[in-house]
Design a protein around this ligand. Structure first.
Ligand SMILES: C[S@@+](CC[C@H](N)C(=O)[O-])C[C@H]1O[C@@H](n2cnc3c(N)ncnc32)[C@H](O)[C@@H]1O
Length: 226
């Protein structure tokens, strides 16, 4: 299974994945093709996380979304499908080969008119965006050493009522342990503390998949406190 939770009982993880309602046959095909083509299937978000992203995009009425970390396209399909007609999803990734699979699935899903892929380091792509309320929904799932920088680049670009979702924040549950098993644990702890003390936002960590932080503005408009 793609990216099952490492800290949940495997039976519960499997049950959650089996009961995520995603009425999109292309998603199962994408999981299969990714599994057959790349050893990095584990990078793909799980079906229950995909279902949650889709629900969140709908709930916040997002019309403009951004994704940092696209891989073969699973999360982008979930997000783009939830956008209204005329909605736009900007995908940021560095890998041409992986995202060429995503492009094929966007085409098959009839979503090419609402998805734009920018290939290149995400921090450069983000830095080139104008400041201001550009996005109603943001999903971060790329290079873990850059999470704080993605977050800081996106906060001033979120629209009123917007929602940010950040993946892998529990890192197998190790962030809550006392040992220091690896560098990623350290990075995710740093990111989680950064968000926790940021007066601009409110947030909660949802223990789904590898942990997903949901972030909204502390005050309407995501404005920076004076
Ligand atoms: C965990 S995968 C994303 C999985 C995807 N959300 C899905 O559901 O399949 C991380 C992605 O981030 C991309 N990535 C890594 N470093 C990056 C960077 N500096 N800028 C943009 N993308 C990057 C990788 O190429 C990879 O496709």
């Amino acid at each position: 299974m793609a990216h099952a939770s490492a800290f949940l009982d495997p039976r519960i993880s499997a049950y959650l994945a089996a009961h995520a309602k995603l009425s999109d046959p292309l998603l199962a095909e994408l999981v299969d093709e990714t599994r057959l083509t790349y050893p990095e299937l584990h990078m793909q978000i799980s079906p229950d996380e995909g279902a949650l992203l889709r629900l969140l995009v709908r709930l916040c009425g997002a019309g403009r979304a951004i994704e940092v970390g696209t891989f073969t396209g699973y999360s982008s399909l979930c997000i783009a499908r939830a956008l209204p007609p005329g909605g736009r999803l900007l995908c940021c990734d560095v890998n041409e080969e992986w995202t060429s699979m995503a492009r094929r699935y966007w085409e098959r899903a009839g979503l090419t008119d609402r998805i734009e892929l920018r290939l290149g380091p995400a921090l450069e792509t983000l830095a080139r965006l104008p400041m201001g309320p550009l996005f109603d929904f943001a999903f971060i799932d790329a290079e873990k050493t850059e999470y704080i920088a993605y977050y800081d680049a996106l906060v001033p670009r979120m629209a009123t009522g917007g929602l940010m979702a950040v993946d892998n924040v529990l890192h197998r549950g190790w962030v809550a342990g006392t040992a220091e098993p690896d560098e990623r644990t350290h990075l995710m702890r740093e990111f989680n503390e950064h968000v926790l003390v940021d007066p601009r936002t409110e947030s909660v960590i949802v223990p789904i998949a590898d942990g997903l932080t949901l972030i909204t503005a502390a005050e309407p408009g995501w404005r920076t406190p004076d």
